[in-house]
Design a protein around this ligand. Structure first.
Ligand code: 5GP
Length: 196
């Protein structure tokens, strides 16, 4: 019996800890593919081309939009972000689960285009925790931190549009909740090829 891959959209405001949750998830889940996005933002220290993002110029990004290379795209705090469509389709065809780690506008676009996508919002335990995590990260200027906090507040307003909410107050619990969502989706009868 083979299983069909599912498309998961994971959103969480900067500082909600979705990066850590996903990193742990990839250690314990097999047959799962992380979609690498294209962005016009500058790499942060330690980020690698083709692993964290495809870092592209604004011109190249606009070309990707006009050539329909992106499944969705959005502008976020002054930069473009988008999901290259081909790798996602290829991986789903191979029966892999695909994770898109994207912000709210992109998630809403995906829900329209691919209604069978499963959306998960990773929420911080509180806004205060989120603010202190962002400030302590120390990778952005105060101005960018303030913009990201404002963006985070806006994003949290869309929580109820998501299929699932995972609260990240404990990393272990958040990983286990997200893993449970993925496992349950894979066991849905419509996702299992019932021919023996
Ligand atoms: P960061 O700059 O912190 O890596 O990402 C900023 C925001 O952009 C995060 O909320 C992240 O989830 C989102 N993001 C990353 N890749 C994509 C993408 O391909 N499309 C959209 N819509 N958002 C993305």
């Amino acid at each position: 019996m083979s299983k069909k891959g599912n498309l998961f959209v994971v959103t969480g405001p900067s500082g909600a800890g979705k990066g850590s949750v996903l990193a742990e998830l990839f250690k314990i889940k097999e047959n799962i593919f992380f979609s690498v996005s294209a962005t016009t933002r500058q790499p942060r220290p330690g980020e690698k081309e083709g692993i964290n993002y495809f870092f592209v110029s604004k011109d190249r990004f606009e070309e990707m939009i006009s050539c329909n290379e992106l499944l969705e795209h959005a502008e976020y705090v002054g930069n473009y972000y988008g999901t290259p469509e081909n790798p996602v389709n290829e991986m789903l065809k191979l029966g892999k689960d695909v994770i898109l780690e994207i912000e709210v506008q992109g998630a809403l676009q995906i829900k329209k285009k691919r209604p069978d996508a499963i959306t998960v919002f990773i929420a911080p335990p509180s806004f205060e925790v989120l603010a202190s995590r962002l400030r302590n990260r120390g990778t952005e200027s105060d101005e960018v931190v303030a913009m990201r906090l404002e963006q985070a507040k806006n994003e949290c307003r869309y929580m109820s549009d998501y299929d699932y909410i995972v609260i990240n107050d404990s990393l272990e619990k958040a990983v286990s909740d997200l893993s449970a969502v993925i496992t349950a989706a894979g066991c849905r009868s419509e996702n299992v090829d019932l021919r023996f």
